[in-house]
Structure formats: C-alpha cells, structure tokens
Write a protein that binds this ligand. Structure first.
Ligand code: CA2
Length: 147
C-alpha cells in the first residue's frame, strides 16, 4: 500500500532562508519541499506539504489527518513550547507524529527545552537543519514498517 504522509510546518517557517540564516540556515521552505518530494519519490510514498502561521489551522490539519495520512511530520515552530491544544489534537488524532526541528532546541534558550509535542510524538529529530526533513521521512517509514 502506498502511504500518504503530511509534513506540517508552523509559524514563521514561511520566512526560512529569507531572515536569520545564521540560526535557521539559507534553505527556503520551498527548497525543503522540493527535497522532500524527491525523498517521497525514492521511498514510494505520497506527500502533502503545508505551512500555517495559525494554531487553529494546524489543529484543523491534524484533525483532518485522521484516516487520511499514515503519519505526520510536524515542525510546530514556537507552538512546540506553548501549545497544549496542539498536544491534545495529536493525542486525539490517532496518527503517528514525528516531531521535527531544524535547530537543536535542547542547546538553545531554556524556554525551547520544553516541548508539548514530545510526549505525544513517536520521536523527535532536531539539530540537523533542512536535512532533518528527509531523515524524519525515513524515521516515519521505519516506524510504519516500510523502512
Ligand atoms: O528549529 C526549529 O525548527 C524551530 O521549530 C523553529 C522555530 C522555533 O521557535 C523553535 O524553537 C525551533 C522558529 C521558526 C522561525 O523561523 C524563522 C525563519 C526565518 C526567520 C525567522 C524565523
């Protein structure tokens, strides 16, 4: 069966590659999407790639994923550190989620060490920049028994 996976990006990630390249790198979100589409082709999975700056829209996307996607790769941006609502959405969605961050959130400010996503995710990948996205796809497929 061909798996369908969703890569969901949260607030400000639309700015990638245009500001603060010293923190988040020079790669744009469009570059990352292209990289992920290539990986999806190699893995034989179908990919949808979305971004929203709005917490409610991310929650809606997680709710809508139930029964549609085999898994989600979620970079929730700063909502990672604040959003019990996103955590509850993941808990209720019954869709496996890989938590992803470009930066190593554990090596940054204390407030970034707390993740509300981590306890409800199957695992976390952080600190590998844009390369973390295809790594997360590999990890998800391994979890699904297809890797
Ligand atoms: O490292 C990550 O992927 C983060 O999820 C990125 C979030 C940050 O709040 C998390 O702690 C870690 C911030 C994304 C902001 O992206 C920007 C990109 C370019 C310019 C400004 C912000």
């Amino acid at each position: 069966m061909t798996h369908r996976i969703l890569i969901l990006n949260g607030p400000n990630l639309n700015l990638l590659g245009t500001r603060q390249p010293e923190v988040y790198g020079p790669t744009t979100l469009a570059d990352i999407e292209e990289m992920c589409v290539k990986r999806a082709e190699a893995l034989g999975v179908t990919l949808d790639f979305e971004q929203s700056n709005h917490e409610g829209a991310l929650i809606d996307a997680i709710h809508a994923a139930r029964g549609k996607y085999a898994g989600i790769i979620l970079n929730a941006g700063a909502f990672t550190h604040t959003s019990i609502a996103l955590m509850d959405a993941i808990s209720s969605a019954m869709v496996p989620v890989v938590e992803l961050h470009l930066s190593n959130i554990h090596a940054r400010e204390d407030f970034r060490h707390k993740s509300y996503i981590a306890p409800v995710a199957i695992g976390q990948i952080c600190g590998f920049g844009a390369a973390g996205y295809p790594l997360a796809m590999d990890a998800l497929l391994t979890y699904l028994g297809e890797g």
